[in-house]
Design a protein around this ligand. Structure first.
Ligand code: C2O
Ligand code: CU
Ligand code: CU
Length: 461
């Protein structure tokens, strides 16, 4: 079927499904289908403009020129192909956050692939083993590339699709913009050395306090993704009984009531709810201490749906850690507050954070630092994570999924995640089977923390 009117720079799924899909509002693609056994996408990163603050245009970096970026949909256990073209004026790579895929496709410069130069196309091909809400972003010059807009979601449908009546992707991001839509500093060193530099213009899917609709009685899945560089969002839902159904893409065995849940940078939260009677407002709130801020709202509309329970999500096939034979590795995250001597250009390099007494020294083609840990393939490891700072750090590992065993000294009902949020002086124990060979990035997802030291990689051999 001809894909009429779409240029190469537009996002397109070369399948008959595309025409049908594109007719639906971007936020409520329920169940996509693929054609001739292929999920195939064209994606580009490019300078563009967007109206983020109403009435003003802002220069952004955008996937396919659009804010919000297209949501890539594919299916668990089925191959997906993404032809990525770099139309930026600097090199980049694209990382598929949370997906357990081979290292060659992980999108980390030098460790997994050479940087994609301006004008080049790189084709990512992988088969996602897990279903859930994931996201994608560059892994180069991240403060700027992510901060200016290169963030998108990837939704991996369950191998046998789970049908909710309604589904909405909500990408949370605060932009570093003033009320005229002009850029402010993305990273201010005195903040980088603390919680990070927060953006001030709050958006969901690129819109400030968007309003959506939900059909009454609809079984609803909200896929929240924190694609922000800095902020942690403690989330509450008002106007409906909301349930946590998945954390960081991974369904939890028994859904539990959502009272308040923190989503730190890089993390996701899937919320299940049955839409209340028509005319109700369901509000997604960001709890800043005791002060609630509205992120997005849904108004329920009349429907002929019959009330039914929320469908259950199958668990992801994450290997069960062999705790009896596990080896524990210790990681201490601490503050350094040092500025290294000026480089040849006369610029000081900020190193504010240390992982096991080391600040990430950066890397280049000819200079790849030593791994922070070398792990034996197939073996279970317990990462003992200790934050000895008063700021929180969402610690993320590529290519693997943690099973969290303990938080702040207390055992928890084990859950799967790719990012463990350590609070002020927080401590966690998270296990995983090192079953994916390669050199895997391991870093704090507060982008400024990662760029000022809190990064390393583990090698699975
Ligand atoms: Cu979203 Cu290296 O990660
Ligand atoms: Cu990642
Ligand atoms: Cu951090």
């Amino acid at each position: 079927m001809p894909v009429h009117g779409l240029t190469r720079r537009r996002f397109l799924q070369s399948s008959a499904a595309f025409a049908a899909l594109s007719a639906l509002p971007a936020c409520s693609l329920v169940s996509a289908s693929r054609d001739n056994g292929m999920w195939e996408y064209h994606l580009s990163a490019e300078p563009s403009t967007a109206s983020l603050v109403p009435g003003h245009q802002t220069d952004v970096l955008a996937f396919n020129g659009k804010i919000p970026a297209p949501t890539i949909r594919c299916r668990q256990g089925e191959p997906v192909t993404i032809h990525f073209t770099n139309n930026l004026n600097e090199p980049t790579t694209i990382h598929w956050h949370g997906l357990r895929i081979p290292i060659e496709m992980d999108g980390v410069p030098f460790l997994s692939q050479p940087p994609i130069q301006p004008g080049e196309t790189f084709t990512y091909r992988f088969t996602p083993p897990d279903a859930g809400t994931f996201w994608y972003h560059p892994h180069m010059n991240s403060v700027v590339q992510l901060g200016k807009g290169l963030v998108g979601t990837i939704v991996v449908e369950e191998a046998s699709p789970v049908a909710f009546d309604e589904e909405h992707v909500l990408m949370l991001k605060h932009w570093h913009l003033d009320p005229q839509g002009k850029w402010k500093d993305l990273a201010i060193p005195r903040y980088s050395a603390r919680m990070g530099t927060p953006g001030e213009w709050g958006t969901v899917n690129g819109v400030h306090q968007p309003k959506y609709e939900l059909q009454e009685k609809a079984t609803t899945r909200l896929r929240l993704a924190n694609v922000d560089n800095t902020l942690t969002y403690p989330i509450q839902v008002r106007g409906a009984d909301a349930w946590i159904v998945a954390i960081d893409g991974n369904p939890i065995a028994t859904p539990r009531r959502l009272e308040e849940h923190k989503i730190a940078p890089g993390m996701r939260l899937d919320i299940g709810l049955v839409a209340p009677k028509a005319g109700t407002n369901v509000e997604i709130m960001y709890m800043k201490g005791r002060f609630p801020f509205l992120l997005a709202s849904f108004t329920t509309t009349p429907s002929t749906l019959v009330e039914k329970p929320l469908p259950a999500l199958p668990l992801n096939p994450v290997a069960t850690p062999d705790l009896a034979n596990a080896e524990t590795r210790h990681f201490v995250f601490e503050w350094a507050g040092a500025i290294t001597p000026a480089d040849k250009q006369g610029k000081g390099k900020h190193e504010f954070w240390l992982m096991n007494k080391r600040a990430w020294e950066g890397m280049s083609k000819g200079n790849i630092p030593d791994p922070i840990a070398t792990l034996e393939r197939g073996k279970t490891y317990i990462f003992d994570l200790k934050n000895v700072t008063q700021y929180h750090h969402p610690i993320h590992l590529h290519g693997h999924t943690f099973t969290v065993l303990e938080m702040d000294g207390k055992p928890v009902t084990p859950f799967h995640t790719d990012t463990v949020l350590l609070g002020k002086n927080g401590h966690a124990k998270a296990a995983f089977v090192a079953d994916n060979p390669g050199r895997w990035m391991y870093h704090c997802h507060v982008i400024e923390h990662m760029k000022t030291g809190l990064m390393g990689f583990v090698e699975v051999v």
